[in-house]
Design a binder for this molecule. Structure first.
Ligand code: PAF
Length: 300
């Protein structure tokens, strides 16, 4: 039976009582199959699996979707339990922030580009809350999706810079059957937008095919991904760019671990997606994500 706890101290006590290594899956809630995959991975590698559910106001900018972000803790607890979690840590705003915080964790060198450019302050909000989760829950391993590749780089770097004894584990993107990367924000899309949204992954898969055929030049790959988004009149492309997976600097060619990232707006909804290129001695391993075997849920 999953336990639902609202305080850091209560969660820590339960984690200790259960003993062994602690895996943390941090979320904003409204869990989908992508989160379930993270929880299952944590379950297979850790003794205790805690899922945090907190809609973090620090990472939402003025005019963004903080108020309408979907919330359903009962549904989240059911999904988390089914995927193998032991505990759901769902703090109230007053537990997280008994007083308004004046401390901010920011990684400017990694966040002045891509999403960091169009959502100023977003990654400082993410880094600050993740720091609090690492400090308050003391996980041995923490699981993040590769869908937000810039976030993964930020969290990995903050754990190292601030000496948290946690291993940050990046996990493949989980996609709907038609390729759309799963996201809680997909619920905002109407039917026409939902169909047009597949252009983000379509362009990325075409670029990944080009890499497989030997095209490593960023300009060419970026154009393939950008043009796929532009071909849909409902999509307003924001960027298609190749970046270093660790430092997040823009690259001219796929010559190290990197990701080709896209962002586009469909009406009020901003979506992101990417493919990862892991450069090994044997060649380039492309992580395109994993397509769900289930029929399209339309939600997620
Ligand atoms: O990716 C998310 O869901 C959030 O940014 C995170 C990591 C839970 C921090 O609020």
């Amino acid at each position: 039976m999953i336990e639902h706890v609202e305080t850091f101290a209560g969660t820590r006590d339960l984690q200790r009582a259960r003993g062994g290594s602690i895996g943390l899956v941090p979320t904003l809630g409204f869990l989908h199959e992508g989160h379930s995959a993270l929880i299952q991975r944590a379950r297979s590698e850790c003794d205790v699996v805690t899922v945090s559910v907190f809609v973090n106001p620090l990472q939402f900018g003025e005019g963004e979707d903080l108020d309408r972000y979907p919330r359903d803790i009962e549904r989240d607890s059911t999904i988390a339990a089914a995927a193998g979690a032991d505990l759901v840590f769902a703090p109230a705003l007053t537990e997280m922030f008994p007083v308004a915080p004046v401390t901010t964790v920011s990684l400017e060198a990694l966040t002045d580009t891509l999403t960091g450019k169009s959502r100023p302050g977003h990654f400082a909000g993410v880094a600050t809350i993740v720091t609090k989760l690492f400090a308050g829950l003391q996980p041995d391993r923490a699981y993040f999706g590769r869908k937000d590749a810039q976030q993964l780089a930020v969290v990995t770097r903050l754990a190292s810079d601030l000496s948290f004894p946690v291993r940050v584990v990046g996990c493949p993107i989980i996609r709907e059957a038609d390729g759309l990367a799963m996201s809680s924000r997909n619920t905002y899309l109407n039917d026409l937008e939902r169909r047009a949204a597949t252009s983000l992954s379509r362009g990325l898969m075409a670029a990944a095919d080009a890499v497989e055929r030997g095209t490593l030049d960023a300009e060419t790959l970026e154009a393939i991904a950008y043009d796929a988004m532009s071909s849909e009149h409902l999509v307003e492309p924001e960027y298609a760019e190749l970046h270093d997976a660790h430092s997040v600097v823009h690259l001219n060619t796929v010559d190290r671990d990197s990701f080709l990232a896209v962002a586009g707006r469909l009406g009020e909804t901003r979506l992101i997606d990417n493919v990862h290129f892991d450069v090994t001695d044997e060649g380039i391993v492309i992580d395109r994500g994993i397509r769900s075997q289930q029929t399209e849920s339309g939600q997620s």
